[in-house]
Each structure stands twice: as structure tokens, then as C-alpha cells.
Design a protein around this ligand. Structure first.
Ligand code: NAD
Length: 331
């Protein structure tokens, strides 16, 4: 297959070429796939995309007109793809449903622990020869109640770590997973999860029902000083409502690996540019907010798995073996 790889970075190239072993012909494009760059797909059988590529109806029309047959996502989430249009235009959409749930779950824990023990502030202080402890007071994780929204692969990995810390873990998912209960968590109503949790971590996909799940109303039901973690998708959170809750102290700690408007910011070195996003700039002013730039997936193990499954998807498609492709279902 001739494959146009969009949003590609040197590490994507290394891992994909290692896994490829000459089976497919890759052309690497640094820009995102969007309305402006979709024309670059001419002459390719497949496009290979990541989380911030735009696969709108318009982009999909251009891909289809250029005879592209396959969209191979090198990620699990597919909220950036107009699936109805892909189906209408006969494009197959494949993804990497699981690469390392541990990578993302462990990153959520890293955010929680850094925020709890103020590691970001402590690190800077020690470098300034300042060993004072004021402002660094943390809390024991042991005995705290952790609420997990979404008990799929990442949610389960996160639950296991939290149970290991000695936390009481409660969770919510429209499709309960017996593994969550085996791991020691208990399903509760969303209302109970909001009111009982000291820490809330989001591990559900972004779908219409979960957009702005964290909003003024849900925030008002949470314990004052709650810790909120989002390593899932930015738009699960109404960012303005979260800023208001940080200002009143309703949110005590906020750990984000994703942001609603991240497409224009993340994965790029903008250090010589002016930050124009006022909402994001306001988030950066809080001492109890820690933000990473969508790096939760970024481990060696995860990148190798993403490359391996992407090659498998391309080969399964090329050989007409749908059973070997991780298809995105439209249902
Ligand atoms: P998964 O499909 O295994 O699990 C998702 C779970 O969410 C499922 O159990 C599903 O039933 C549940 N769910 C659906 N709607 C829900 C709702 N309204 N309320 C509560 N739960 C709901 O997915 P996963 O592999 O565990 O990934 C979870 C999310 O993590 C992905 O959708 C993706 O957005 C995000 N993710 C982020 C990164 C990163 O680098 N930050 C990397 C991979 C995945």
C-alpha cells in the first residue's frame, strides 16, 4: 500500500519503519490532515492519521475523490472522524484499539502524585537552594475515594493501581465491566461518584453524551477541593467552568494531558511564539494545575505496539482479510 502519514514526527517514522520491514511504502508529512492538506492524499491508497488530524466530511470527500480507500488511525480514539461520511464514501476506518493502557493509566497516576505532593514546585525550589516545605503539604492516597469514569482498558489499569495504593475505588460506565469489580472497584451512580470522590479520573471516550461531562452542574456536586484528572479527551471538560471552580477552590487540583483546543498547541515547539489562547493561559497561572501536552501514550512500548498494529491493519486491508483489521465500527 502507498500510505501518506500525516502529523508525523521523527519517532513515528522510526517506529513505523521498524515495524514495516519494507511491506508498505510510506510518505511522511509533518502537517495535520485537514481541509488545507487533504489534497496531498492524491496517489495514495491509505492515509495514516493521529489524534489531532481532522477527518471531517469535507476532508473525507477529498480523500474519496483521490481514490484513498483506508484511513488507518494510529490511535484508539476516533472522535475526529466523520464515520457516517466515511461509510457513505466507502472508506474503511481502522484504529489501534489498545496499545498500552498502562502508559495512559500510569501517566494519570503521575499527574495525581505530582499534584498531591507538589513535585513541580518542590523541584523548582530545590534548584533555587530553597528547602522550605511551606505550600508543599500533601495527603496520603491510602484511604481516599477515587472515582473512575469509564472502565475500559485504561480505566481498569488505573483502578488496579489505585486499589494498590489502598484507595476505595468507585466507578461509572453505561456498560459495566466485571473486571472492574474483580479489581476491587464498585459501580455507583454518577451522582454518588461526584459527591463521594476525593479524586476523579476520566477514562471514557469523547462522544456526544460525554462532551462537557465536567460542567458547572457536575462540579457543584463534587467535594470542595476535589482532584480532577483528564487523560482522555479535552472536550470532556468545559474548561471555563473548570477555571471558575479553580478560582473558588471547588477544584483543589487539576491534572490535564488533553485540552479542548489542543489541536493548535500540542505536539509542536511553540516556544518562540506568543500564546494566543487566553483560556489556556489562565489555566497555566494556577499553582495547583499541571498540564502535559498529550503525552500519556508516549512510551516505547506503546509506540512499538501502535506501529505493529498499524502495519497489521494496512496488510490485512491490502490482502482483503477484514478479520485482521481493527475496524472502527459505526454502530
Ligand atoms: P475503551 O474503549 O477500552 O474504554 C472506554 C470505556 O468508556 C468503555 O468501557 C465505555 O463503555 C465507557 N464509556 C462510554 N461512554 C461512557 C459514558 N457516558 N460514561 C462513562 N463511561 C463511558 O477505551 P480506553 O482504551 O480505555 O481509552 C479511553 C480513552 O482514553 C479513549 O477514548 C481516548 O480518548 C483516551 N486516550 C488518551 C490517550 C492519551 O495519550 N492521553 C491515549 C489513549 C487513549
Amino acid at each position: 500500500m502507498k500510505v501518506a502519514v500525516f502529523s508525523s514526527k521523527p519517532y513515528d517514522k522510526t517506529h513505523l519503519e521498524n515495524a514495516n520491514q519494507g511491506q508498505h511504502e510510506f510518505t511522511f508529512f509533518e502537517p495535520h490532515l485537514d481541509e488545507q492538506t487533504a489534497a496531498l492524499s492524491a496517489g495514495f491508497d491509505a492515509v495514516c492519521c493521529f489524534v489531532n488530524d481532522t477527518l471531517s466530511a469535507e476532508v473525507i470527500d477529498t480523500l474519496a475523490n483521490n481514490q484513498v480507500q483506508l484511513i488507518a488511525l494510529r490511535c484508539a480514539g476516533f472522535n475526529n472522524v466523520d464515520l457516517a461520511q466515511a461509510e457513505k464514501r466507502g472508506l474503511t476506518v481502522a484504529r489501534v484499539p489498545e496499545y498500552s493502557p498502562y502508559a495512559v493509566a500510569e501517566h494519570a497516576v503521575a499527574l495525581a502524585m505530582s499534584l498531591n505532593r507538589n513535585l513541580h514546585r518542590a523541584h523548582n525550589r530545590v534548584r533555587e537552594n530553597d528547602y522550605s516545605l511551606h505550600g508543599l503539604l500533601g495527603f496520603d492516597m491510602h484511604g481516599k475515594t477515587v472515582g473512575v469514569i469509564g472502565t475500559g482498558k485504561i480505566g481498569i489499569a488505573f483502578i488496579r493501581i489505585m486499589v494498590g495504593f489502598g484507595c476505595r475505588v468507585i466507578c461509572s460506565d453505561p456498560y459495566p465491566n466485571p473486571e472492574a469489580e474483580h479489581a476491587g472497584a464498585q459501580y455507583v451512580s454518577l451522582d454518588t461518584l461526584w459527591s463521594d470522590s476525593d479524586i476523579i479520573s476520566l477514562h471514557c471516550p469523547l462522544v456526544p453524551a460525554t462532551r462537557h461531562l465536567i460542567n458547572q452542574d457536575s462540579l457543584s456536586q463534587m467535594k470542595p477541593g476535589v482532584m480532577l484528572l483528564n487523560t482522555s479527551r479535552g472536550a470532556l471538560i468545559d474548561t471555563q467552568a473548570v477555571i471558575d471552580a479553580l478560582k473558588t477552590g471547588q477544584i483543589g487540583y487539576l491534572g490535564l494531558d488533553v485540552y479542548e483546543e489542543e489541536a493548535d498547541l500540542f505536539f509542536e515547539d511553540n516556544s518562540n511564539e506568543i500564546l494566543r489562547d487566553d483560556t489556556f493561559a489562565r489555566l497555566l497561572t494556577f499553582k495547583n494545575v499541571m498540564i502535559t501536552g498529550h503525552q500519556a501514550f508516549f512510551t516505547n512500548e506503546a509506540l512499538s505496539a501502535i506501529a505493529r498494529v498499524t502495519i497489521e491493519n494496512l496488510s490485512g486491508f491490502a490482502e482483503g482479510k477484514p478479520e485482521r483489521i481493527c475496524l472502527v465500527s459505526t454502530s
